[in-house]
Ligand binder design. Structure first.
Ligand code: THU
Length: 139
């Protein structure tokens, strides 16, 4: 699956966003090492804090289906219509990614017209990960 195709699945997933409070709609498409893609959208809540981001929706769907290894995630989001501006994952989502992914995990940002690729290591330098608990992390 190439980066553009993964992004187009994120754009589709964004259409399902439940964001009545912020109006900021986000979609994600997560490619697992198995080859399967898990999509997600943000799901807001009247009590605000139970809100779940699109990226975590995709990760939790995948992990709950037994996936543990991942290749890339495409993320698109914004307040307006397509094409959405560049939306970068929040800190909590970066930490969730770090639980399951190496620093070279690809994060594809943008929309169907423009794509920017970074790595998880770019987004979360000097990270704390499961390796730290085993004394194996090398910053
Ligand atoms: N949001 C995401 O879904 N992913 C991000 O990476 C940034 C923020 C959502 C959470 C909330 O529903 C809305 O965008 C505004 O913060």
């Amino acid at each position: 699956m190439d980066e553009k195709s993964l992004m187009s699945l994120a754009v589709e997933a964004r259409k399902k966003a439940y964001a009545p409070y912020s109006g900021f709609r986000v979609g994600a498409a997560l490619l697992a090492a198995s080859g399967k893609v898990y999509t997600g959208c943000n799901i807001e809540n009247a009590a605000y804090t139970p809100t779940n981001c699109a990226e975590r929706t995709a990760f939790f769907k995948a992990v709950s289906e037994g996936e543990r290894e991942f290749v890339a995630i495409a993320v698109t989001g914004g307040a307006g219509e397509e094409p959405a501006p560049l939306c970068t994952p929040c800190g909590v989502c970066r930490q969730v990614m770090m639980e399951f992914c190496d620093r070279d995990f690809r994060v594809i940002l943008g929309n169907n017209e423009e794509i920017r690729c970074v790595t998880l290591g770019d987004l979360l330098p000097l990270s704390f990960s499961p390796k730290d608990l085993k004394g194996e992390n090398t910053p």
